[in-house]
Design a protein around this ligand. Structure first.
Ligand code: MN
Length: 231
């Protein structure tokens, strides 16, 4: 096949304990999935799930033991961190039942839904799409994926984010309003999931701004941590 311009490269994430990498198709995100964060964003937390997407090339994959470098993006003066549990889809489908959802999961990773909050807020005010606030280069830092076969115990786990060694966000994963099976059921009713899709499952309370030079350390119990410096 001859292409008239250079075709885009496949973005991929490291898989812990494997030489193979996980190729990324789409990046789905869930908004407001922890009650305290929904409230800090002005909602009750009882609304149906909100989904948005980031382009695959927004991925900033950070391999095990590495410190990712995240360029401070253009246009914003309020660049926010959102630490999130990320689900990697290994088996596609549509209209997936909650009871069947788990077998569509390849594994889990720690991610950051980086947000140009001022631009997102301006678009919300105009009832416009959030793309400019959410879907830009390097907006989706992601640590290595831990395959589900390694039996990650998410039910009792914690999700947390430190900035320069100071804790900003922490919650029990169990606080999620929509569980991973709930999310897969809702998402797959709206879109056909395919292997390679990633799902960012929402952030707990404590979102705030970072500046150039800040070091973000994100963690979920049982998964490889994610370290990213804003440059
Ligand atoms: Mn988010």
């Amino acid at each position: 096949m001859d292409y008239v311009v250079t075709p885009p490269r496949i973005m991929s994430a490291q898989v812990a304990g494997s030489a193979g990498r996980f190729p990324v198709h789409r990046i789905y995100c869930v908004g407001s999935n922890y009650p305290a964060h929904a409230q800090e964003m002005g909602r009750t937390g009882r609304e149906p799930p909100v989904f948005f997407m980031k382009p695959a090339d927004a991925l900033l994959p950070v391999d095990s033991g590495e410190e990712g470098r995240l360029p401070y993006p253009s246009l914003t003066h309020d660049f926010h961190h959102e630490v999130e549990l990320v689900v990697a889809i290994g088996e596609g489908g549509c209209d997936i039942a909650r009871a069947e959802a788990q077998r569509h999961v390849f594994g889990y990773a720690v991610g950051l839904d980086m947000t140009r909050r001022d631009l997102q807020a301006a678009m919300k005010k105009r009832s416009g799409p959030w793309c400019i606030g959410k879907a830009f280069e390097h907006a989706a830092p992601l640590g290595p994926i831990t395959a589900q076969a390694r039996e990650v115990q998410l039910g009792t786990g914690q999700i947390a984010l430190n900035v320069n060694g100071v804790e900003r966000q922490r919650s029990a994963i169990a606080q999620m309003i929509w569980s991973v099976p709930d999310i897969i059921a809702h998402l797959s009713a709206a879109w056909t999931l395919v292997p390679g899709d990633l799902v960012f499952t929402g952030t707990p309370a404590g979102v705030a701004a970072v500046e150039r030079g800040d070091l973000m350390e994100a963690s979920v119990t049982g998964l490889e941590p994610l370290r990213v410096r804003v440059v």
